[in-house]
Design a protein around this ligand. Sequence first.
Ligand SMILES: [Zn+2]
Length: 225
Amino acid sequence: MITQTKNTQDKLTPEDAHQILVEGNERFLKNMKTQRDLQEQVKQTSKGQYPFAVILSCIDSRVPVELIFDLGIGDIFSTRVAGNIINTDILGSMEYSCKVAGSRIIVVMGHTKCGAVKAACENVELGNITSLLSKIKPAMDIIKSEGIDINDSATKEIVAIKNVHVSIERIRQESIILSHMEKVGEIKIIGSIYDVSTGKVDFFESPILSKINNNLLNEEFPSIV
Ligand SMILES: [Zn+2]
């Protein structure tokens, strides 16, 4: 996979960007890592960056974003915070990534066995962690309101999924810039869950690629196919 340039970024649609991530995770699962000269990529990206995606994920050490999508330097804006929650600084980072720097897709990625979700479900209170966990509580409250026992370990995985949906809704409601870009098709905003037991990313929806875009991918990203 080549280093992203203005040219490759301009040609990508949000669906193409989604497909690159799907195929990257497939290579990761098959242990077929793309050969990259990272030092060369440092040189190539030194004068500018043209990442195709912004990925909001948890700080969990088992979720190293570039590795699980088999990506290199300059490919994505990796935005990480415990529990993949939304706040104004993260929204500002996403607005920069998409509106200023041209990224085509926002992926909110939760994960299984998330300590932040577990702590929120258990009402942990400790220093600044309390404030952070309060942003996961809305997802927990929705699950509780459906009469589901929040203390069950399987339920915490449902809260993690709901938490991704809550973050996506907050992006749409609290960022006029990003919700407009999504409405006019300039970007896609999607959710996903990473399974720390298997290494698989499950997207909540699949990419829809046209034949033309497939050809584009083959040309610009020869190592993907
Ligand atoms: Zn986590």
